[in-house]
Write a protein that binds this ligand. Structure first.
Ligand code: 13P
Length: 250
């Protein structure tokens, strides 16, 4: 049995004062939930805050991006070692907002994936198709290519130390979630693609669904056989909603 994982992706939201309120409520709400794993991925400036608030709790934390180089003249960039300095366990890699808004290619995403693994971080590697790609019937080609970029570089043994998140771009922040059946089909495809290289790694691989997961739809999504939890955007900013989603993963 794979253990479920729920990760909040705060994106570019939060302030010191509102984070405190949110974290206090989430800590209290999740404290008793021992049968799944939980984490939040926050903006860099708040890593110190979440480290001190979450270190004695059952909630891990991480970042939403990193730079693939260890150090150097890369103004504005943050290295993998800087994230481990703040106790990060996770880092989101290849989110569609990074791919789309910041022009991150499959090659850059896989270099970042590799750098995260080398630093001992667990990459949460995001894949997913746009609406145009889904309508053109090329979802599997797109997701397969994104996945192959890391499989070719890190191999199935590398993927064994990571989490994959399927996030259809058309479902992110739109309120239009994939149906449990639509999500399950792509999750099964991802697992099968990995199984072609290593069936044990595929069986153990944690594959999250992301895209308009809410308190009201999380249980039916998490009930699907290949959906191992969620990567939560908007609902992770509302304590009651995030706690309800965490509860649904129990
Ligand atoms: P929403 O839950 O707001 O749709 O965002 C999903 C997401 O992009 C998580 O990484």
């Amino acid at each position: 049995m794979r253990r479920k994982l729920v990760v909040g992706n705060w994106k570019m939201h939060g302030r010191l004062s509102t984070n405190t309120v949110l974290l206090d409520k989430v800590i209290a709400g999740v404290r008793e939930l021992q049968r799944a794993d939980y984490a939040v991925c926050v903006p860099y400036p708040y890593l110190s805050q979440v480290q001190s608030k979450l270190q004695a709790t059952n909630i891990a934390w991480g970042a939403q991006n990193l730079n693939q180089f260890e150090e150097g003249a890369f103004t504005g960039a943050v290295s993998p070692g800087m994230l481990t300095d703040f106790g990060c366990r996770y880092v989101i890699i290849g989110h569609s907002e990074r791919r789309g808004l910041f022009h991150e290619s499959n090659e850059i995403a896989s270099a970042k994936f590799d750098a995260a693994l080398k630093a001992g971080l667990t990459p949460i590697f995001c894949v997913g198709e746009t609406l145009a790609e889904r309508e053109a019937g090329v979802t599997e080609q797109v997701v397969g290519k994104q996945l192959d970029a890391v499989l070719d570089c890190a191999g199935p043994k590398g993927l064994a130390k990571a989490v994959v998140a399927y996030e259809p771009v058309w479902a992110i922040g739109t309120g239009k979630t994939a149906s449990p059946e639509q999500a399950q089909a792509v999750h099964a495809f991802i697992r099968q693609r990995v199984a072609q290289q290593d069936s044990q790694v595929a069986q153990a691989l944690c594959i999250l669904y992301g895209g308009s997961v809410k308190a009201g739809n999380s249980a039916e999504l998490f009930a699907m056989p290949d959906i191992d939890g969620g990567l939560i955007g908007g609902a992770a900013l509302v304590a009651d909603d995030f706690v309800a989603i965490c509860r649904a993963a129990q």
